[in-house]
Design a protein around this ligand. Sequence first.
Ligand code: CA
Length: 233
Amino acid sequence: MAEVEHKKERILIVEDERRIAEILNDYLSQSGYEVDHQDRGDKIVELVKKNPPSLILLDVMLPGGDGLEICREIRKFSEVPIIIVSARIDELDRLLGLELGADDYICKPFSPREVVARVKAVFRRSRSAPEAESKLINIDDEKNRITVNGVVMDLTPTEFRLLKLFASKPGRVFSRNQLLELCYQQEQLVFDRVIDSHVKNVRKKLSKVLPGQELIHAVYGVGYRYEVKPADE
Ligand code: CA
């Protein structure tokens, strides 16, 4: 089968550092995308309303506007994929907690190749992921049962909640704190690294059903993401 061409998806780069914008522009253009660039925050919401791009790469610190506020505003009227670009890794956890509705987060300094890969992944998820996932994983809430690849999983209650949460939001990045809050009763006091051991156990159980395929991916400095990757990656 011939390789599927991009239908000239248009990516809007909102970035005030000229050098970074240029590099992103080069790499994304070479990958077959159409690219627009804006270096200020104040006109972005209007611009997206008038001429919606296929995806937005959004810097946080911008002259004339705050990237987080822009993201929130856009989400009020559009589901366009948004990748937030943060200058600090230790800020990512806070950003996740804000529930901005962004599709992914990238931290500076980044490799342009990685950005291209993440852009492709976001496009892929917004198109075809649900189909692949529904075949792979089935959640039966009434019976508290998760079936993966046709096999009923033997999970503890916490592992069940964890896997259910991940599978219900494919592609979404969860911080350890978020996972703890969502998986534990509030009165329990636990340290956020506890979640790592639960994730490890879920991964181990999944690997028996899906050898060689990873569904729960660590996101450096932040937490975890559930994603079904096509076989060629
Ligand atoms: Ca900036």
